[in-house]
Design a protein around this ligand. Structure first.
Ligand code: 4AZ
Length: 269
């Protein structure tokens, strides 16, 4: 089909290696101040560093050894919204949620076990949609939660609206994860334009696209499950795309307005 990139189990299995590589990369980058040094690539692709102090609701989704493989968003003290594709093959004993930890190689913040994993009942693959999951935490996170859109808020997706992406994902397709949380802004893309990019894999009722037509700024491997914020509210979940930051291929995000009632049922359960 397109050779689409998703945070597959392959990526998850690579997470431990990537986390270690990220620390080594950060150390190497510190040495590149010499004349003639080439600027390091900017992860998320095209982003800037930030912190979980600035974005306290951004969670690392990790394995039991606290190796990050996806992102998530704290929407209530014990509820985290993430992508369904991040939870494929996972169990309540295989995952952890880590809050308040800006660096992948940090040991600070709050680590919680997961007592329940809700995956959208119709989820099959990210390119078919329904890429939403809600985790219930065993330990309440002492961090500010993010508000999320309600079903009637569809105007937030108007083409050209500024959206913020966040994550610890790779700096380019097939590259290394970022040791530090990164963020960038990207404009939302019209449904017709996104359908032009992705054909029938783009399901407008369930997905929304964001990115510059020239590429250069995007989510990438390991950013999946993390937030797309519009007007300070969670409006999308990082889901899939062809490669990362390629011209003509914006990132694809779960259209949260479609699922907000279902999410609320989980958040209040
Ligand atoms: C991933 O594998 C992934 N450029 C996330 C976002 C995009 C591609 C891949 C979109 O987690």
């Amino acid at each position: 089909m397109f050779g689409l990139d998703r945070a597959s189990r392959t990526v998850r299995r690579r997470a431990a290696a990537l986390a270690v590589t990220a620390a080594a990369t950060a150390a190497a980058t510190a040495l590149t101040g010499a004349p003639g040094a080439v600027a390091a690539p900017q992860p998320i692709v095209g982003g800037t560093t930030t912190t979980t102090t600035a974005y306290p609701f951004v969670m690392q989704i990790t394995d039991a050894s606290q190796n990050q493989f996806c992102g998530g968003t704290l929407v209530a003290p014990t509820k985290v919204v993430t992508a369904a594709h991040c939870m494929v093959g996972e169990t309540t004993s295989s995952v952890r949620v880590v809050g308040g930890r800006t660096y992948l190689n940090g040991t600070n913040g709050t680590v919680s076990r997961v007592s329940r994993i809700w995956i959208h009942p119709n989820y099959t693959t990210a390119t078919r949609g329904e890429d939403v999951a809600v985790l219930t935490l065993s330990t309440a996170m002492p961090y500010t939660t993010a508000p999320y859109v309600s079903a009637s808020d569809t105007a937030v997706y108007a083409a050209g609206t500024t959206a913020r992406i966040l994550g610890w994902g790779t700096t380019r397709s097939g590259g290394s994860s970022s040791n530090q949380l990164r963020t960038a802004t990207v404009p939302t893309v019209s449904d017709s334009s996104c359908a032009g990019s992705y054909g029938s894999s783009f399901v407008a009722a369930e997905m929304v696209c964001a990115g510059y037509s020239s590429g250069g700024v995007d989510t990438c491997q390991g950013d999946s499950g993390g937030p797309l914020l519009i007007g300070g509210r969670l409006a999308g979940i990082t889901s899939w795309g062809q490669g990362c930051a390629q011209a003509g291929y914006p990132g694809v995000y779960t259209r949260l307005t479609t699922f907000s009632s279902l999410v609320t049922a989980q958040v209040t359960s």
